[in-house]
Design a protein around this ligand. Structure first.
Ligand SMILES: [Zn+2]
Length: 65
């Protein structure tokens, strides 16, 4: 199982970069919850959860009116 097709310089699928985290949308309970979980995870050193929250929050705007 090899992947012959590589994408040399197209990091479009990963909007997450260190130092630029998605911001919770004001008034959105889902974003607020994600921000809370993210803060708590970061305080506890759970970087996996921090990244998960960032991914979810980055996708969340699609669900906003
Ligand atoms: Zn939201």
């Amino acid at each position: 199982m090899s992947e012959p097709k590589t994408y040399p310089s197209a990091p479009v699928e990963l909007p997450l970069r260190l130092g630029s985290e998605p911001e919770p949308v004001p008034g959105c309970a889902g974003c607020r919850e994600l921000a809370n979980v993210r803060d708590r995870a970061r305080a506890g050193g759970d970087l996996t959860t921090v990244v998960d929250c960032n991914v979810l929050m980055a996708r969340h705007p699609e669900g906003h009116p």
